[in-house]
Design a protein around this ligand. Sequence first.
Ligand SMILES: [Zn+2]
Length: 91
Amino acid sequence: MTLPTFRYHPDPIANGSVIESGAQCLSCRQQRGYICTAPVYAELELDDAICPWCIADGSAHKKFDATFVDSEAFPDGTPDAAVEWTTSSTK
Ligand SMILES: [Zn+2]
């Protein structure tokens, strides 16, 4: 099975965001061989509980209102720069 492609994670296994695991995904209820270890922000505790496919197709987000943020996904300063740009353009 081929892992989905993540825009900000060209190689999620190499940086540890996705690991090989026999854990069952809480979203699709399948054991797919991989689980996502990247920080997950949701009402429920979802760390190490969602497979990369459910993140890639957005189903984990729909089911749990989960947001997947990994600071390593952004080069230093990118989020701040984006915020500043948005703020100043709306004034
Ligand atoms: Zn899943």
